[in-house]
Design a protein around this ligand. Sequence first.
Ligand code: G3I
Length: 396
Amino acid sequence: MRTPGVDRRTLLAAALVAPITARFDSAHATGSDLRAAPVPRRSPSLAQAAKARGLYFGAAVRMDQITDEPSLRSAVLRDCAALTPEIHLKWNSLEWRRGEFNFSPVDQLLDFAEAHALHVRGHTLIWERSTPDWARADIMKRRDWTLVSNHFERVLGRYAGRVAEWDVVNEPIDTQTGAQGLRRTVFQQAFGATYIERALEEARSNAPHARLLINDYGFDYDNPVDGDRRSALLALVRRVRRAGAPLDGVGLQAHLDLDKGPLAASALAGFLQALADEGLSLTVTELDVKEADVRAPLAVRDQRVADEARRYLDIALAQPAMRGVVTWGLTDRHSWLSQGDGDGRLNAGPARNPTNRGLPYDAALAPKPMYWAMTEALTSASPLTASARARAAVSA
Ligand code: G3I
């Protein structure tokens, strides 16, 4: 396992933040919803820092958590201009059993967002992993596109006017076990590789004014798998654009991983430019950092996470077609990396005892070095207006 190097500056910075992070981490052991540590007055929120550069900042959230936890609600309202429902809009959340619909968490989230002038990202219409079993079985059995079109019509018909941007197809790339770079999903098997173009057309006809995206992960590091994934996504978006399908942007999940070696700085920048050259807008949609060494002192761990997020954002935000940054959660308390949906690397501890520290706030809602690193990265991004960013994405 790689242990990222720690220089003197990092250790010094880590020593400075140690008392705060240690205090809040142990406080979390009580399980109470403690008041968030105050963020210094002079510091802009993440939303403000992003907005000053023509960008937006947001986070993935769950409505039940916002309702139950006042400190999370405050942090969301302070730092976010956009929210992504972490789970509620997925097909298996909306329709776990065929014909039985659960729209209420999405409705509540939209009401909350609109009451506070926040945007909501639509995540996601098609994702193999969130397709309910009954739909997967039926798609394979009947190969009938109406199953997909009914789902799109129902969801977009209800929300299209309130959600300006959709991850239409999530995680279509698989260069290791896929077919010509595409994941072998039930959609790909039943309808062929062009299910992606078809899904985009379907989304456009139900949401004429929305921005339509393909969203995927694994483009970030300097290794052959990520290199192949960058090439495969580029080939896919070129194919889709040549076919005239309505693709407006790409979502870069950016689930960073300290075990994967250095970021592929120049290859990543070149990849983002190649996507922008296709006329696409770009969004970092699911940023977080998976730790590699959880036995190091807390402050050292936090600094490693912060440095990785900063390195990534410095590359991503240098691209004029970039529109915004969304983290996959705000606090380590609710990170998927802490709760057993990851690969199990960090889930040796007791249930609900968060161990991965890869989000801007710790489990007690105290801002961590990643928060400040993100603020700095946003503040140092080149100050393009939102309209200049939009023009950059369509100037190809
Ligand atoms: O709420 C139920 C609970 O009642 C039940 O006891 C428990 C038992 O498994 O499951 C709970 O639901 C889980 C849910 O998260 C809430 O914690 C689901 O099993 C679990 O599959 C679900 O995982 C989500 C996953 O997507 C699948 O939808 C993660 O929270 C969410 O962070 C993750 O997000 C994905 C993005 O959509 C796409 N990119 C990768 C990212 C991380 O996997």
